[in-house]
Design a protein around this ligand. Structure first.
Ligand code: GLP
Length: 232
């Protein structure tokens, strides 16, 4: 499908899920890929879709940025998803903290919500999902991680292009955490994602390509454009 269709198609999947289950727990990814999806959901809200009963759970967060910092994922979730969808702040959960107890607390939060009904994920050029960089194990849970140099470079935009300004560490849901979502929608757009997407979908299931573990999940929908799929 053309790039413009990716957000709309994914938003249709989310909207269908919310129509039948308005109090669903929606796992949200950050990054540029899902922005069109969120914008489309906001438009559907204006057309009558009730998004206000949803609970939002984010995948990851940089270490060392306050939730007020506009470059934080907490700020992204607040300004691009929660506020425009009318989700109150007490139903928005973004991992935070810098140690094992903080990571465990986030796992408990997800468990207390009854798990994630529908998880949106993007994919990094090195095959990461959330901030599970190559080498992450299938059994990994929420934890503190070091970011790959290439990921920091790819994510330098909001930091004025300065890779050194991008935090070196993050807190992220693990692969086992992500895989425990009942349903997963993977979004990918653009040629830069083609190698990672092919390896994730068609290559061996390996920690070298963390997104390849999605092959083990029984209900994954891939929404991608021609460039990412390498199709004409
Ligand atoms: C970041 C996020 C990931 C996201 C990835 C791709 O590293 N932690 O969750 O999937 O970026 O981002 P983009 O969609 O901007 O290419």
């Amino acid at each position: 499908m053309p790039r413009a269709e990716v957000g709309r198609t994914a938003a249709g999947i989310v909207a269908d899920a919310l129509s039948s289950s308005p109090a669903a727990v929606l796992g949200v990814a950050t990054g540029s890929s899902p922005l069109a999806l969120y914008a489309d959901l906001v438009a559907r809200r204006a057309d009558g879709l009730d998004t206000t009963g949803v609970t939002l759970v984010a995948l990851d967060e940089y270490l060392g940025l306050s939730a007020d910092d506009p470059r934080s994922y907490a700020a992204y979730v607040r300004s691009s998803i929660a506020e425009p969808l009318g989700v109150p702040a007490d139903r928005v959960h973004v991992p935070t903290g810098s140690n094992d107890d903080d990571a465990l607390a986030f796992e408990r939060t997800i468990a207390s919500l009854g798990g994630v009904d529908l998880q949106i994920v993007g994919i990094g050029r090195n095959g990461h999902i959330g901030f599970n960089e190559p080498g992450s194990e299938r059994t990994s849970r929420t934890r503190i991680v070091e970011l790959a140099e290439s990921t920091r470079r790819d994510n330098a935009g909001p930091f004025g292009g300065d890779v050194d300004a991008v935090p070196a560490r993050a807190i992220t849901q693990g692969l086992a955490t992500i895989l425990s979502a009942r349903r997963i929608v993977l979004l990918a757009s653009g040629e830069a994602k083609a190698d990672a997407l092919r390896a994730a979908l068609m290559g061996p299931v390996t920690a070298d390509v963390p997104a390849s573990f999605l092959q083990l999940h029984p209900d994954v929908t891939v929404v991608a454009d021609h460039e990412a799929l390498g199709t004409p």
